[in-house]
Design a protein. Structure first.
Length: 319
């Protein structure tokens, strides 16, 4: 009798496992399927306005974009992220109606459309000309929607092991500011106005340098500061200027400078990608620096993006 019960239990687990595998959306968090009808013009146009390249140090795209004809999409219905381009009367219009029902021209979004856990953006226009015009006008909005989606998926991975509430409280008590730390990180360096935490598999670090006065937020000033910190704390890490890119971004209610780039250590023969966010807040200066050392991995951008999610939980702790 017990053999029969075990067999039934294993059968149920097998069935549940199969259902779960088929049920949930698959693919990388940054995979984007662009479904279109007719020529590739609209899909290529959207690909070009969405795409961005980062050096880690290998060239790595922000999104992995796959243009698909309607008939090709049948093999990709279960992927995580889909952008559906449609015009009235086209074959893609039927797919649009399946996803969003009877709608007028415009942009729509939804989850769990073709598979549990997917995210679908649908864009409907009267004709190809108006579709191209819509894509051009709303390109930043479309890109931001996809970035929000990627960050949502990465947040789940980042905090899968839980939140380190003890570290968050302890860190705030020591330094007057803190983050929502995931489990698995540990202190690596602690100094008067510098602290660094690290995590393995792959090797990642996140440091904060802070001062009781404000500093300039210009790119060259920040690179020079990072180089001085690399010399002091990391045996000579320096920035490869040729790979750097800087922008101004909103961060916790202030305007910050964000710099992506590649760090190199000539004596240790090491290197990898980094991202730093510098800002002044309440009369104080903060430099959050995030880096990866993973020579065994070709794709490293995910780890920077996941660390930025942690950096964006920065908060000042009241004394």
């Amino acid at each position: 009798m017990w053999v029969r019960k075990i067999s039934i239990s294993l059968l149920i687990l097998g069935i549940l496992g199969c259902v779960s595998y088929e049920q949930y959306a698959r693919g990388d968090a940054r995979d984007v399927m662009i479904v279109f009808d007719g020529t590739l013009r609209e899909a290529r146009f959207l690909r070009d306005i969405l795409q961005d390249t980062f050096y880690t140090p290998h060239a790595e795209p922000l999104f992995n974009i796959y243009p698909l004809q309607v008939e090709q999409f049948q093999s990709y219905r279960g992927y995580k992220n889909v952008v559906l381009l449609a015009t009235y009367g086209a074959r893609s219009f039927e797919l649009f109606q399946e996803a969003f029902g009877e709608k007028g021209s415009g942009m729509y979004k939804g989850k769990n459309i073709f598979a549990d856990g997917d995210f679908v953006i649908g864009i409907l226009a009267s004709d190809e000309y108006n579709l191209l015009d819509f894509l051009n006008i709303h390109k930043e909005e479309i890109k931001n929607l996809l970035l929000e989606r990627v960050n949502e998926l990465y947040s789940v991975k980042t905090y899968f092991a839980g939140h380190n509430k003890k570290m968050k409280k302890e860190f705030g008590g020591k330094y007057g500011f803190t983050f929502d730390f995931p489990n698995g990180w540990a202190y690596a360096i602690e100094d008067t106005n510098f602290v660094c935490i690290a995590k393995h598999y792959p090797d990642r670090f996140m440091s904060v340098y802070f001062e009781s006065f404000e500093r300039p937020l210009e790119k060259e000033d920040l690179i020079a500061l990072r180089n001085s910190l690399g010399k002091r704390y990391f045996e000579g890490d320096r920035v490869e200027k040729a790979y750097t890119r800087a922008s101004r971004i909103p961060f916790k209610g202030v305007l910050a400078t964000r710099i992506y780039g590649v760090w190199q250590n000539d004596s240790l023969i090491r290197g990898g990608p980094f991202e730093m966010i510098a800002f002044n807040m309440n009369g104080r200066f903060y430099l959050i620096d995030m880096g990866v050392f993973a020579p065994e991995k070709l794709r490293k951008l995910e780890y920077l993006m996941r660390m930025e999610l942690v950096a964006r939980t920065f908060e000042i702790v009241s004394p």
